[in-house]
Design a protein around this ligand. Structure first.
Ligand code: NAD
Ligand code: SER
Length: 323
């Protein structure tokens, strides 16, 4: 990173964007990070510019205006929402990526981060310890767009020397923002319901095991990958990334250790089929080899932090309401 690093985060108001933006501001300076999203921010957390990623002219204008060097393209339609509007999902996830890759090909920016997902895998993929290179047979429009996006990233890197970097995130869990319409949203919602002291009606079956990750690990992985020397990066499609694996029942059991009255029932809906097509666990040895990736949070450590922070936030809100 040089003194002149200027970052544009696209899709900054989402679950990941809110936390990644704060970490980037801390690292590079508040003034160095421009946030953008199709929707206005709930709280003015940074220098904000409205941007629809499908508006290529405005994207180019913002890059020119701020002399942007690095783009974090987080704008996307996630797996569950994507099934309600497959065409829009393809447009946002793929046309949006193409706009940013073309910017880099035109040498307007020097580095791109674009996230992929475990959704690139499907029913015929090996489920346990899913390897970096294996069968990818996605069944959702979201997964199909992420797989296509991975191939586009690899193509632009190989053909045009574009420095694009990517991670296949597992389901992300954080307390600072609500999730945006994915199949792993249950793993965040469950903590909110526990703190509200109401029963959680889980939309997946109790024994559905999925790869998950606590947000601070995801943010750290992203920043670490973006700081590695370009020569060290052997995967230009997207790196497998692993945190821990568990089921809704496993999370409920951990919550009950401190909240014994917590109640959950299981009412699987259309998201069950999506979850069933995804891996149970991920082999991220390539990320370990290339840039020393290692997660810090397991289910217990994450649960403790989620409950503690959500409790603190609830208490602060109550205090404000009483004052
Ligand atoms: P999110 O849905 O919470 O946030 C996405 C943001 O993109 C939203 O703020 C939305 O307003 C914005 N957006 C949507 N359409 C846009 C458009 N046309 N132009 C500009 N902005 C637009 O999603 P997230 O969880 O923050 O995910 C961020 C990235 O990480 C996505 O690429 C997603 O696929 C990937 N990812 C997330 C998870 C997860 O569990 N959250 C897992 C794997 C990969
Ligand atoms: N967590 C995301 C989703 O469920 C996976 O990319 O859509």
């Amino acid at each position: 990173m040089t003194e002149q690093t200027k970052i544009l985060v696209i899709g900054a108001n989402g679950q990941l964007g809110i936390e990644l933006t704060a970490a980037l501001q801390e690292k590079h300076g508040y003034e160095q990070v421009i946030t953008s999203d199709i929707h206005p921010p709930k709280k003015q957390h940074a220098l904000f510019e409205p941007l629809d990623i499908l508006d290529k002219d405005r994207l180019y204008a913002l890059v020119e205006k701020y002399k942007v060097t690095d783009i974090y393209l987080l704008a996307a339609i996630l797996s569950a929402k994507g099934e309600q509007n497959p065409m829009l999902t393809w447009q946002v996830n793929i046309d949006g990526l193409m706009h940013v890759l073309e910017l880099a090909r035109d040498a307007k920016v020097s580095k791109i981060f674009w996230p992929s997902s475990i959704a690139v895998f499907g029913g015929t993929t090996p489920k346990q310890n899913t390897p970096q290179e294996t069968v990818t047979s996605p069944t959702t429009m979201y997964g199909i767009s992420k797989l296509s996006g991975e191939r586009l990233c690899a193509y632009y890197a190989q053909k045009f020397g574009v420095d694009v970097r990517s991670l296949r995130y597992p389901g992300l869990i954080g307390y600072k923002a609500l999730p945006g319409g994915g199949t792993t949203d249950f793993a965040v919602e469950i903590y909110h319901k526990a703190l509200e002291e109401v029963a959680y009606h889980c939309f997946l079956k109790e024994d559905t095991v999925l790869p998950l990750m606590y947000m601070p690990d995801a943010v750290r992985a992203t920043i670490e990958l973006m700081e590695v020397d370009a020569d060290e990066i052997s995967v230009r499609s997207s790196y497998n990334l692993s945190g821990f694996s568990c089921s809704p029942a496993d999370i409920a059991e951990v919550i009950r250790k401190t909240m014994p009255d917590f109640k959950i029932d299981y009412r699987p809906d259309f998201r069950q089929k999506i979850a069933d097509s995804w891996p149970n666990s991920i082999d991220d040895s390539k990320a370990q080899e290339d840039w020393n990736w290692k997660p810090q949070f397991d289910l217990q450590a994450m649960s403790a932090e989620m409950l503690e922070n959500l409790k603190r936030m609830k208490a602060a809100k109550t205090a404000v309401n009483l004052s």
